[in-house]
Design a protein. Structure first.
Length: 399
């Protein structure tokens, strides 16, 4: 018996075959792991690293008369990338291999930066540990000792006080002016906005030594004021204001325009919108702007050396007489060819790092809360207001 093949059955068969092919293609697609450790990636990295190490060692030690640790590890890294690409090509397509190589380069760059930072901090701590291990280093001054005095005498207390006072005055002078200028540039946008932006951008490129010379020529030579911590704070403010202004202006521009429009639609003025909507929304970014400004000036030496003077005595008054700071202390004692003086300089550098970390942590804790966050103190104040209003309503009802 013969069988007849109808056109409909042919179409069904022809449509079934492409569906089977598409399902096979879908099964061959490999999913990309977003997070977590990939066993295949670990295997490829370990095998490529071991193979590159053996290959470079063979070339360096047996085939080519080459020496040097830096060249060895650079050649190892290049061979590692080549072998990693070759091994990854066995299971991945061209896009997957490229993605893996770029991810390896980015990860390596991050590890190198972290290693450099850790190396700098560790080297500074090790060199200054002989001074840091003495309690007097944090509670005494070097007013009555010489540079050759033992490390159990003297300390950096005067420099710590000077640094904190100078940075605090600079923040008080720079932050309100910088944020007000940023609000003018991003919210008001008056006729002078372009000129002000040009001046601020030009100020951000001015070296700190020029700011110190400006304050020295105007405040000390022209007005006859003495060298003091206040003069150093003014010189630091010249460098701090443009950093705070430009960073705050960028942060304010990132606030969604819908928030401004909603506030204005409720009948508020532009000042109320800026004060109650824009600034609270941008508060974490504004804290970052302040931190960047502090980081810009807290380690400066040249303007402080010009206008603050140098003294080993403790000076609590930043408006009169010279005042020491931690960067100036490091600069002064590092130039002395004496082991104890150099140890004090490295110890002061470690103290400066700790001060920076503590200030940044406090700024994040105090000002880095998200918009709409209500502190416990404000909650208690609101509760007292509600209770007082409830008592007032009860008394009015009784009357």
């Amino acid at each position: 018996m013969s069988t007849l093949t109808t056109p409909s059955s042919d179409r069904a068969t022809s449509t079934a075959e492409p569906e089977h092919d598409r399902s096979a293609v879908r099964r061959e697609v490999k999913r990309v792991r977003i997070g977590g450790a990939d066993p295949e990636l670990l295997t490829h990295v370990v095998s490529a690293g071991a193979g590159a190490l053996g290959l470079v060692w063979l070339v360096y030690e047996r085939l080519v008369p080459m020496t040097g640790a830096l060249g060895f590890w650079l050649c190892w890294y290049v061979a590692f990338l080549v072998l990693l690409a070759a091994v990854s090509a066995t299971t991945l397509d061209r896009v997957g291999v490229t993605d893996r190589l770029v991810g390896t380069l980015v990860t390596t760059a991050g590890l190198v930066l972290v290693a450099c930072l850790a190396g700098i901090v560790l080297f500074t701590v090790v060199r200054g540990w002989s001074a840091l291990s003495h309690l007097n280093f944090y509670t005494q001054t070097t007013a009555y000792i010489g540079p050759e005095a033992p490390l159990r005498q003297g300390g950096v207390f005067a420099a710590m006080v000077g640094t904190l006072e100078q940075v605090a005055i600079s923040v008080v002078l720079s932050v309100p002016l910088g944020i007000a200028t940023a609000v003018y540039l991003s919210e008001v946008r008056g006729r002078l906005a372009r000129a002000v932006r040009t001046v601020v951008e030009a100020m951000s490129a001015v070296p700190t030594i020029v700011a110190g010379l400006f304050i020295y020529s105007m405040l000390i030579l022209k007005l006859g004021q003495e060298r003091s911590g206040l003069a150093a704070s003014l010189a630091l403010s010249v460098s701090m204001i443009p950093v705070v202004t430009m960073t705050a202006a960028v942060v304010l521009r990132l606030v969604p325009g819908g928030l401004r429009e909603a506030s204005l639609a409720l009948g508020t003025t532009q000042w109320q919108t800026v004060r109650r909507v824009v600034l609270p929304t941008a508060r974490p970014g504004l804290v970052t702007a302040v931190l960047l400004g502090v980081a810009r000036v807290i380690g400066e030496t040249s303007p402080v050396l010009l206008v603050a003077g140098s003294t080993n005595e403790l000076n609590w008054d930043p408006t009169h007489n010279p005042q020491m700071s931690l960067p100036l202390f490091v600069f002064t004692y590092m130039r002395m060819p004496i082991d104890n003086a150099i140890s004090r300089a490295f110890g002061a550098a470690v103290v400066l790092l700790v001060v920076v970390v503590v200030l940044f942590a406090l700024a994040r804790i105090l000002g880095g809360r998200p918009p709409g966050h209500v502190s416990r103190r404000k909650l208690r104040r609101l509760a007292r207001h509600r209770q007082a209003r409830a008592r007032r309503l009860e008394s009015e009802t009784v009357r």
